[in-house]
Design a protein around this ligand. Sequence first.
Ligand code: AMP
Length: 510
Amino acid sequence: MNFSDLGLSDEVLRAVGDAGYTTPTPIQAEAIPYVQMGRDILGCAQTGTGKTASFTLPMIDILSAGRAKARMPRSLILEPTRELAAQVADNFDVYGKYTRLNKCLIIGGSSMGDQIKLLDRGVDVLIATPGRLLDVFERGHLLMNDVKTLVIDEADRMLDMGFIPDVEKIVSLISPMRQTLFFSATMPPEIRRLADKFLMNPKEITVAPPSTPAKTVTQGLFVVPHSGSAAGHKEKRVALRALIAQEEVRNALIFCNRKRDVGVLCRSLQRHGYSAGQLHGDMAQPARMETLQKFKNNEISLLVCSDVAARGLDIQDLSHVFNFDVPTHAEDYVHRIGRTGRAGREGRAFTLAVPEEGKYINFIEKLIGLEIPRLDIHGLEATELSQGSGRRGRRGDRDRKGGRDGRRDRGDRGDRGDRGDRPRRDADAAPREDREDREPKDSREKPAREARERPAREKPARDKQESRRRDDRPRDRDRDRESDTPVVGMGDHVPAFLMRPVKREGGNDK
Ligand code: AMP
């Protein structure tokens, strides 16, 4: 099949040709005809599969008939991070270059005034992160009545970042007479529930099993001999430099679990003469964009980053991904290494661990269903993951036990979480910084909503996030129940005055 078989307009086909694409990816071939028919889509697909074009290409054609009114966008695309939103906006520029669609990007960290001006002129495509979108809406600069196409992208990431209540609010503002395209890399039960709520008779499309790294990525693991954070990090910095020296690194993302380590590692690499930059959620948005652009233009060859900043980034032809820390959530490993080996190209992804990170390696290997091969780094001696923390003991023990069998014993203990068969999210996992990402420290405009919600969102601790999710659940359930079932009498609610003890005439309380 090629693109001309998909019934796209000449303008879109020309733009696709200019982009150098010859054949549609599987999700494009499957989804585009259904989007054109006006069907809802439930797409289980990761970034890197071409899913952005699977909705942008047909949307460009759908939107090319008609005109937008002031403050009334005709379509809305929700993205979990600013970088992803900006990337989708770039896609509209690339694929829509022969059409005259107006688009507007509504994300935190950049001037709300400019965004509002664009909205006032009327936009065909509005691409937004949920928090800023609600801010703009609550300030009265936006009406959702004309939104006929809604895209919810990276829904599982929205869940992880605690954005689902915002997404639900936004969806409730949009007419049910709409087409909804819903994408998620994974389909845990909470995401399924949302999909059932938001979509009508959707066409389900799954293009790659969730949590499977591309086959074109060569993986490796090196365990440094020192334990403990400081000593381990020092060893890892030595190992990283040695690894970069022995690999042909054209450009690499280097992931750290914590923002402060991003800065430390970046400065260390710069001191050793590497062309390195950093990207994390505490940086001002213009600085984030500028660093990213420099990396994409090959002005910087190593980009040290945090998960939130680098999630879903589409960097052409990335040769390497290094995990300076083992991600504490196994899915993040798949997302991180998925930045390389894209579009059928070869990529290399190497992880550095201290012995205590064994349990996280255990989760990852369980998720991806294979053992990450051990790496040799010239001049350095590797050690083993520590006994208590991982499935393996010393290398000799593993060999004697026949490798994977030892793991099976421990794997059967039931470390499964609330997401079906995905490895559980660990209670003592390092906090994600996603939520801090929502609050740019440099933000000159402190929108009312963001300011109001700051205390709840500022601290990214996972337990806070979990408790917020737990807090949300009963409310959500109540809301569902309220909307489905007629309330009889006072329902479950008994007013306080009815519960007050009544004095009997004899004077005894009853
Ligand atoms: P996405 O999954 O949307 O992040 O896309 C991943 C990458 O694949 C992007 O760099 C796209 O430009 C590229 N891409 C999308 N569709 C195609 C295609 N049909 N052929 C080749 N590359 C594509």
